[in-house]
Structure formats: structure tokens, C-alpha cells
Design a protein. Structure first.
Length: 299
């Protein structure tokens, strides 16, 4: 098993919200996830603390193209790095305008504060990471696992018996419970549960969550995630049926999810970290869209 380093990106200056992972190899350090451009200096410092430079990173694996996972990838491409990404997400890293504009509809004037700049990555530096691919780094291989449900452009990555899960295995901060990130537009519970089943079938001994850290009980994490997926979706369903305005649902749902955390013994400052890692208001929009598409027979 190669040496794996967890780098805290201190998103919004809060610890344990977003992680990147540096894996040592004789081909040079490999990075899984990069976070947004707003945390690049923290990432750079983390890489240097381990003993490398940003320029040493020539291979970057992204689980998907959401800004909190992929926003700073272009900075590594500037130094010649290859960026490995799901084939559906690949064109959006070459031409990020649509991705940016879509996110701007959600975040509005907070875009720059939260995410920072995102520049185009040349096509010849983007590597399509397709399900079943295996990329060789001498001491180990990185195997690609197509894992949609949170996003249609989502991969997990396996090295031996550990898996880097992006968002498909949920969000778990320190000793808190596992919760599902459900932003629009791609949430699909059936597909997500199939991805969870796929991960379980690989019998990993540990999961590396982008939000946040190594988890030693994969089955427990994934079982609890399925329960919470249903819980959150079923909370939203009556509101969808009654056509409750989203502005009315958001404060109620935020209170509901934060009370869930408190009931599990999560302290108040950690609830804030959960919100940074997985803004509960975004799950309202994502789950409303899920129920709408389901009603229309589109999923």
C-alpha cells in the first residue's frame, strides 16, 4: 500500500471540511481532488509540508467536476499535469463557462468568495477515466469505478483495498453521522444506491471521503448513508406534493438536519463545518428536482 497523505484545505478557514489526498509513487506524487481555487494556497502549503512542490504533481484524479472537488485543477495543468476525470465531466473542464454559469445561478454573488477562478484545461491534458480503467504507477494501480447518483459525472478510485469516494459515500465530519450531499441537478436515489452496492461489493477496508478523511468501517458508513438518503428524500416529498415554495422549505429543512446532528451529539461548531462541507439548503433544491423528474418519468 502506498503512503497516503491527507491535506486539509481549510475551506472558509474551517478545518476538516474539504480534503485532498497526496499519494506517493516512484512516478512522482499523485493527487486525488484539488478543492476550489480559493483554497489553493492551503493545498500548496500542504504539498510543500509533505516535501513536494506543486510542479511535482503531474497526475491529478478528480472524482467529479463540482467546484469543491475540481476548481483548482487548472493550476496543476498549467505545470503540465494530466487531469483524470469522468468522460462526461471532461468537456466541462476544457470549456468551464457552462459549469461556471450553472453554479452562478445557485451561488450568485458568492461565487468568487467561495470558489474563485476556474480556467480552461487543454484537451490534451485531460484524461478520460472510464469505468474499469486502471492507471499504473509502478507500486500500485488506480482503478476507476463509475459511481453516479450524486452526479452523473462521478468516479470513485480504488487502490488495493481502499477507495477514494468523492461524494458518493457521503459527508462525515470527525465523529459525526454520515449525511448525503444532494445538490441539483443529478440526484437519483436508485442510481446512487446502485453505486453504494457497487462499492460494497468491492469489500474495501477503508474509504477516503473528500468530506472528510479516512473511514475504517465502510459498510457501516454506506449503510447509514442509504438510511439518510431515504430520510432526507422522504422529508422533502410532502413539500413537493404540496408545492411548498422552496424559500419556505429551506429554513425548515436546515433546522431539521441540524437537529439530526445535535441528536447524534454533534457540537455546534462542528454543525457549521457540516454546513460548509454540505450546505443543507442545496439539498432542498436537489431533492425537489429529483421528485419532479421522478414524477415526470424522466428517472
Amino acid at each position: 500500500m502506498p503512503k497516503i497523505h491527507t491535506i486539509d484545505l481549510f475551506f472558509q478557514e474551517e478545518n476538516h471540511s474539504i480534503a485532498a489526498y497526496l499519494i506517493e509513487s516512484s512516478k512522482g506524487p499523485v493527487l486525488v481532488e484539488v478543492g476550489p481555487m480559493t483554497t489553493f494556497e492551503h493545498l500548496k502549503k500542504g504539498i510543500e509540508t509533505i516535501g513536494f512542490q506543486v510542479e511535482d504533481i503531474q497526475h491529478v484524479f478528480l472524482t467529479h467536476i463540482h467546484f469543491d472537488h475540481a476548481g483548482a485543477a487548472w493550476k496543476f495543468a498549467e505545470h503540465g499535469a494530466k487531469i483524470y476525470v469522468h468522460p462526461i465531466g471532461l468537456p466541462h473542464l476544457h470549456q468551464p463557462e457552462k459549469l461556471w454559469n450553472s453554479a452562478a445561478q445557485i451561488y450568485g454573488e458568492d461565487m468568487d468568495r467561495l470558489w474563485g477562478e476556474m480556467k480552461s484545461i487543454p484537451y490534451d491534458q485531460l484524461i478520460s477515466a472510464e469505468d474499469g480503467n486502471a492507471f499504473d504507477f509502478n507500486e500500485f494501480q488506480i482503478k476507476v469505478i463509475d459511481t453516479p447518483g450524486h452526479a452523473i459525472h462521478h468516479n470513485a478510485y480504488q487502490i488495493d483495498d481502499i477507495i477514494f469516494t468523492g461524494d458518493v459515500a457521503g459527508v462525515k465530519i470527525e465523529d459525526g453521522p454520515i449525511v448525503p450531499p444532494c445538490p441539483p441537478p443529478d440526484i437519483n436515489l436508485k442510481v446512487w444506491k446502485n453505486s453504494i452496492k457497487k462499492l460494497k461489493s468491492l469489500r474495501p477496508t477503508a474509504l477516503y471521503l473528500t468530506h472528510y478523511g479516512r473511514q475504517e468501517q465502510p459498510d457501516k458508513v454506506l449503510d447509514e448513508l442509504e438510511i439518510m438518503l431515504d430520510d432526507w428524500a422522504n422529508y422533502i416529498k410532502p413539500h413537493f406534493d404540496q408545492q411548498t415554495p422552496v424559500e419556505a422549505i429551506i429554513p425548515e429543512f436546515m433546522a431539521y438536519t441540524q437537529d439530526q446532528l445535535r441528536s447524534k451529539g454533534v457540537r455546534e461548531e462542528l454543525i457549521k463545518t457540516y454546513e460548509y462541507a454540505n450546505p443543507s439548503w442545496m439539498s432542498v433544491n436537489g431533492l425537489l428536482r429529483y421528485w419532479k423528474l421522478k414524477e415526470q418519468g424522466r428517472i
